[in-house]
Ligand binder design. Structure first.
Ligand code: ADP
Ligand code: SF4
Length: 678
């Protein structure tokens, strides 16, 4: 197929200082949880992005000195020549596909926890170290500033030796240069504090030094948070953010601008921000500089991308999450296959991986971070190994993904779904406030399956054990999902209880009668409890959210959403009863006890909704133990209830490894070797 000429503008080359990007698709820096310990995994992941058509591919944060150590999270280092060798793998992997390799040099200042190096944290002024309590970051003196500048310079030279084309000065996300910029964290009285000119000085000197060190062959990019969403006391796009851009306008070769302060503001989930939500903050930048500008906004629609360029908002289409969800997004647009784009749903499971210090994972893309470790590629998949017929039962995320990947391998696949509509849990979950984009998990798969002549779908087909045996498939895959528990067993509440009058989210979605006041008891701690409370409140109910945790939807801190969830619930007037167990329930009230003191509290309640654990719906597996088939496999929530991301992964793993002898081989791991013995 051919590219739609409407999108030609996206494939124009763009000059960035001494280098030229082959197109406007720019994978902005994003964490992948691998860091300096996993150079081959990192190189393979970035290489696939370049292969998928991203004209610029950037690393995650790369520490310039041991005083900037983010252990145990996966961060890169450019501290010595061994790091140069490791990072050269990434630069080479990107260059192999004709893309530019960019590296985000980083110093975290008071944000660096330094748990590994045990070096005191540095800051412009004495401040508590945010993530390394009870440490206080020490104020940098003139010698420290001179040393810091030399670290940036040395790291830039190493980056050049490793083969990178674009070297970053990182003034965003509340890290060290931004701490100098912001009045909140800088109360110095020397030439690096006070007036904005003084607070900008360090950034200016870093840009000059970096250009002097590597600017002959490398472009120097400045990443700047132009608004830290902290009101007039902070950097704002109307105030000091704008003035900073004006002061440094022509100095960097490229402006990479965003809304930051914390990472949660920049990579906001779709529950709290629409596509392109940063535009109103960053759109002024191009008016103040002739240098190319890149920004982000979870862009997945090529028409929105073209509009960004044509309206002069930015010169590139910056993307972190859309490039994770679909590393081949640019190629698909280039080949006129934009209907095949696997759109990011904005769920921020990728952010959770970073916050939990593990390999990147993505709801939409099960192959991300598996490129080296499992040899999974987002496009290529091994052809079928037999002419077996496979029957998949259940059309939720797991069943859909297994069907698609098996179908792409060429197997003869039948998908049977009880309901008249595909989607499983997504059908309910995407109706919760802010979660509409989640249905894309189904839409992408249903659309791609519809192109496969070897896959048949039967909707409205509730399969019994007899039906399954009669069907005569060689392999049976059960993707029949899970149900919410009725016994109150949750994360904290391990023993459960007798809650016969309570309802579960399944009952709610089936239309159970809701009588106020409503108590939502959340002992699951992800999105469901908070989102149900929000929805019921918006429908006019008197709602109380009770949880044994100290915050509402506490696990959403991992998806960078917890603050926004709790704020929204409080703004809407949902009452919060935190740190309380559910003990008993009648038709009129619930009895709670404080998790610390055991003190009792009675709340009036016409409806109690239990958001606790889930139980696999695997009855068919027990009745089907013997039959005229070769294998019976449970996948997704039917095997072990978890996130949508895990269900998709489970479905993909089944399909990818079907017929592979190595299914039970241990995961390939990178191991540090070659260090001299003591
Ligand atoms: P997962 O997240 O693992 O994909 P879901 O709960 O989203 O699980 O999806 C399970 C799907 O399986 C639902 O759409 C449900 O209607 C379907 N299902 C459950 N039992 C049967 C059955 N006996 N026959 C056909 N479909 C079934
Ligand atoms: Fe997008 Fe969710 Fe994937 Fe992150 S995990 S890239 S937010 S779909």
């Amino acid at each position: 197929m051919q590219r739609n000429p409407r999108y030609n503008i996206l494939f124009e080359p763009v000059r960035i200082g001494p280098v030229t990007a082959p197109n406007r698709f720019y994978q902005t820096p994003h964490a992948i949880g691998m860091g300096y310990m996993k150079p081959q995994s990192s190189a393979a992941l970035r290489g696939v992005k370049a292969e998928g058509g991203w004209g610029v591919v950037c690393t995650e944060y790369c520490s310039i000195h041991p005083s900037s150590d983010d252990s145990p999270h996966g961060f890169l280092t450019l501290w010595d020549e061994d790091d140069v060798k490791s990072l050269a793998l990434t630069a080479d992997a990107i260059h192999a596909h004709g893309s530019l390799a960019a590296i985000e040099l980083w110093h975290g200042g008071s944000h660096s926890s330094n748990r590994m190096t045990r070096t005191p944290s540095l800051a412009p002024s004495t401040r508590p170290a945010k993530y390394h309590l009870p440490v206080t970051a020490r104020a940098m003196d003139k010698q420290d500033i001179a040393a810091f500048k030399s670290w940036q310079r040395e790291a830039a030279l190493r980056a050049k030796r490793a083969g990178f084309d674009i070297v970053y000065v990182y003034g965003g996300h509340d890290y060290l240069p931004f701490q100098f910029l912001s009045r909140r964290s800088n109360d110095r009285s020397d030439e690096y504090g006070g007036s904005l000119e003084n607070r900008v000085r360090l950034l200016k000197e870093m840009l000059e030094d970096t250009k002097d060190a590597v600017g002959d062959t490398c472009a120097v990019a400045l990443r700047l948070a132009v608004d830290e969403l902290h009101g007039p006391n902070g950097i704002t796009s109307e105030g000091e953010g704008r003035e900073t851009v004006a002061l440094l306008a022509e100095l960097p070769d490229l402006w990479d601008v965003n809304v930051a302060g914390s990472l949660g503001n920049d990579s906001k989930s779709s529950r709290f921000s629409p596509e392109g939500f940063q535009e109103s903050y960053v759109s002024f930048v191009k008016g103040l500089t002739s240098k190319p500008v890149v920004s982000v906004g979870r862009f997945t629609s090529p028409d929105t991308m073209v509009s960004q360029i044509k309206r002069g908002i930015q010169d590139f289409i910056g993307a972190a999450r859309p490039s994770i969800a679909d590393p081949f997004l640019p190629t698909k647009i280039n080949e006129g296959r934009e209907d095949e784009i696997r759109e990011c749903i904005g769920c921020n499971i990728c952010r959770a991986a970073n916050n939990e210090a593990v390999h990147l994972r993505c709801t939409q893309n099960p192959t991300i971070a598996e490129e080296w470790r499992r040899g999974w590629h987002p496009i290529h998949i091994a052809p079928k190994h037999t002419s077996s017929k496979i029957l998949v039962i259940g059309g939720g995320p797991a069943g859909l993904e297994a069907t698609l990947a098996l179908g792409q391998r060429g197997y003869d696949v039948t998908l049977a779904e009880k309901q008249n509509t595909l989607g499983g849990r997504l059908l309910n979950e995407s109706t919760l406030p802010g979660l509409g984009n989640w249905i894309r998990v189904r839409d992408y798969r249903e659309h791609m399956i519809s192109k496969l002549p070897n896959v048949e779908i039967y909707r409205g087909s509730a399969m019994t054990a007899g039906d399954i045996k009669d069907f005569g498939a060689n392999h049976i895959v059960l993707a029949t999902g899970s149900m919410w528990r009725r016994d109150g067993v949750g994360v904290v509440h391990e023993e459960g209880g007798d809650f016969l009058n309570a309802i579960t989210p399944d009952d709610y979605f089936k239309g159970a009668n809701i009588k106020g006041p409503v108590v939502v008891y959340d002992d699951e701690h992800y999105f469901m409890g908070g989102a149900l409370a929000e929805k019921l409140r918006m429908q006019g109910h008197d709602v109380t959210l009770v949880t044994p945790m100290a915050t509402a939807s506490s696990w959403t801190v991992m998806t960078d959403e917890q603050f926004f969830v709790q704020k929204r619930l409080m703004d809407l007037g949902v009452k919060l009863v935190l740190s309380h167990h559910l003990v008993a329930h009648t038709s009129n009230d619930v009895r709670l006890t404080c998790v610390y003191t055991g003190r009792e509290m009675i709340l009036a309640s016409g409806t109690l909704i239990l958001v606790t654990g889930r139980i696999p719906q695997d009855n068919l597996a027990n009745t089907l133990q013997y039959g005229n088939f070769e294998s019976l496999t449970r996948i997704g929530d039917c095997l072990a209830p978890s996130s949508i991301a895990d269900a998709v992964y489970s479905g993909h793993e089944y399909a990818r490894e079907f017929g592979n002898d190595k299914t039970n081989a241990p995961l390939r791991r990178e191991r540090p070797i070659g260090e001299p013995a003591l």
